[in-house]
Every structure is written in C-alpha cells, then in structure tokens.
Design a protein around this ligand. Sequence first.
Ligand code: SF4
Length: 70
Amino acid sequence: MSKIKLEREVCIGCGSCSALCPKYFEMADDGKSHIVGSEKKEIEELEVEKIECAESAAEVCPVQCIHIEK
Ligand code: SF4
C-alpha cells in the first residue's frame, strides 16, 4: 500500500491538484484541497493501492504540500 498525505494548512487553494487528479483531490468549502475519501483535518492521509495521478498532483503543487509515501 502507498499513502497520499496533504498538509491542508499549507495549501493555497490553487486548484491544480483537483484539476489534474480528481480521483484523489477535490476543493473543499473552505477553498482548500481535500483528499477524496479521507477524514477532513489539518493533515489528511489516504492509503491507496495505486498512486496514479496523485504523483503528478504532488509534482505540480506550487507549495509542495502533497506528499507521497510508497
Ligand atoms: S495543488 Fe497544492 S496548493 Fe494547489 S490546491 Fe492542491 S494542495 Fe492546494
């Protein structure tokens, strides 16, 4: 299993991750990104079988607040 991590307090709400990888990221009501299927909190985590587009989202994030653990 791999893990996707999102530091919500660092997110600036640019929307790139959700545009690139809607499977794992969506924009929440507060204007920041949220990992689809995870509990909403300061640092969100989701275990996944396949990282897929989340890797591209991590690369494109301008503030580097998406982390992938393989
Ligand atoms: S790409 Fe980064 S800064 Fe932009 S919405 Fe996603 S997590 Fe936030």
